[in-house]
Design a protein around this ligand. Sequence first.
Ligand SMILES: *Cc1c(COP(=O)(O)O)cnc(C)c1O
Length: 391
Amino acid sequence: MKDETKLVTSGRDPENNHGVVNPPVYHASTILHPTLDALESSRERRASGERGVYYGRRGTPTTFSLEDMVCAIEGGHRCQVYPSGLAAIAASLLAFLKAGDHILMSDAVYAPARRFCNDLASRYDVSTTFYDPGIGAGIAELIQPNTRVVYVEAPATATFVMQDIPAIADAAHDKDCIVMMDNTWASPLYCKPFDLGADVSIQAGTKYIVGHSDVMIGTASATKEAWPAIEAMAGLLGHAAGPDDVYLAQRGMRTLSVRLKQHWENGLKLAEWLREQDMVEVVMHPALPDDPGHTLWKRDFQGASGLFGTTLRPCPRKAIAALVDDLELFGMGASWGGYESLILPQDPNAFRTVTPWPYEGQCVRFHIGLEDPDDLIADLSAGFKRLKAAM
Ligand SMILES: *Cc1c(COP(=O)(O)O)cnc(C)c1O
């Protein structure tokens, strides 16, 4: 079956739910066991790592439905749901680390993942080296005897730099390291991390899986070998995503293929238009043929989402404000992956330490939503006129 079909069919069980199309929302903490035999066999199944309903925190048919959907599309042996993408990142890292270990993390990584390493892992004697995301097979030289996790994210959230994940994964596996990928940009649909060599793939489901800017959720999928550590750490940390949020995530995911196709098309149209604007220095979008990451994107990804970056020519802050303050269709705020367009000025150098971003002008990140692209272009066009008038 193709992914589009699996998005419709996976994680559903109408036959056991009175014919109801969508999986029901189980609100549950206590699970009752009718007899001592049932209680004991339930405990045994749980101890053996079998999936089952034992206690609300450890999952219900509602959670399993989303986990099955993500696995069906992203691949991997099993998937674990968390109450946010960052919770999935933190729990996945903790799953493999102990005192004295070392992490290799892309310098262009999602900033809160960097903070987890610097501010929390460090307190437990786990050290981190941030590496140039473009390092490829050269990562081998940075792997120390105590390196346990090599963490990749492509394209990078702020600068959209691509990574040669198969080359990095090969080098990491040669030294028995776990390869963890943040696959949020492409969603489970447009990148298959396990085919590229990842052992764990993380989704901020908050973004495209949910698709409507109204739920926080995260997932980590893992290979058969990596799964027991992920499952055990989830049990130790006790994260539990709320059933209504999990339900909304699986419902959002049903339409992922049509939404993403449109985000891709609209995003590319806007990226191409932005490239022609004289106030735009560079557009960072790996699906543009002359982007430095284009070859890797073409080789390793099946599509592009609606998130990309630009760097403006240097201009005063008041000119940037004139651009962004009066846009009608672009909201300004963190997150992305919803149906609506967003614009976000940000400074990549605020969270890079080994590969400074070389441009002087303001970085502006765009998320292109499902509006008509010509309306978005008209809105931005008026914005650039205001910007120039304010210079
Ligand atoms: C948003 C995001 C996260 C974190 O997800 P939350 O659900 O906001 O915690 C992780 N990685 C990337 C690339 C993101 O954009």
